[in-house]
Ligand binder design. Structure first.
Ligand SMILES: CC[C@H](C(=O)O)C(=O)SCCNC(=O)CCNC(=O)[C@H](O)C(C)(C)COP(=O)(O)OP(=O)(O)OC[C@H]1O[C@@H](n2cnc3c(N)ncnc32)[C@H](O)[C@@H]1OP(=O)(O)O
Ligand SMILES: [Co+2]
Length: 134
């Protein structure tokens, strides 16, 4: 069911500083900031040969990553995103297996314009998982 690793997301306390570090210190290809109000974050994507890094910064006063940054003020790995071919079939299979799908259970459109869902970290070894339909 899960396929390629689409991205690894890092929540950061300073988006510009983190983007500059990846661009200037690590020599990576860094995209522009993208506000994603429907998700409560601003994201910056860093292109790598085999996957992407997604830098996350809270947007608005109800950001789902605010709590994470309070607990991890220096930032930290926030989630990993796997690709799936059929996100509704994946959701149904996961729910049938007892996994918690976050939010309403209906996919939202993510930063790549594709449907995404999130699975509760406590069900997957303390790791927040995002699924993106490709
Ligand atoms: C533009 C879209 C973009 C894309 O790629 O397309 C994105 O990726 S958007 C990313 C931001 N959106 C989300 O993360 C949505 C899903 N996340 C959530 O619904 C919340 O963050 C949630 C429910 C995972 C955590 O909520 P909260 O921070 O309020 O903390 P809780 O106290 O409810 O957490 C319960 C429990 O889980 C632990 N936790 C929280 N976040 C993480 C995490 N990222 N990784 C691992 N564990 C996490 C938290 O510490 C609590 O554990 P406990 O032992 O009970 O203290
Ligand atoms: Co993501």
């Amino acid at each position: 069911m899960i396929g390629r690793l689409n991205h690894v997301a890092i929540a950061v306390p300073d988006l510009e500083a983190a983007a500059a570090q990846y661009r200037d210190t690590l020599g990576a290809t860094v995209g522009p900031p993208q506000d994603e109000p429907d998700h409560g974050v601003t994201v910056v994507f860093i292109g790598l040969p085999n996957t992407k890094i997604e830098l996350l910064y809270p947007l608005g006063d109800a950001s789902p990553i605010a709590g994470f940054l309070e607990k991890n003020p220096a930032g930290g790995i926030h989630h990993i995103c796997y690709e799936v071919g059929d996100i509704l079939a994946a959701r149904d299979r996961l729910q049938a297996a007892g996994a918690r799908v976050l939010g309403t259970g209906e996919p939202k459109i993510g930063a790549h314009g594709k449907p995404v869902l999130f699975l509760h970290p406590k069900d997957f070894n303390g790791t927040l998982i995002e699924l993106e339909q490709v």
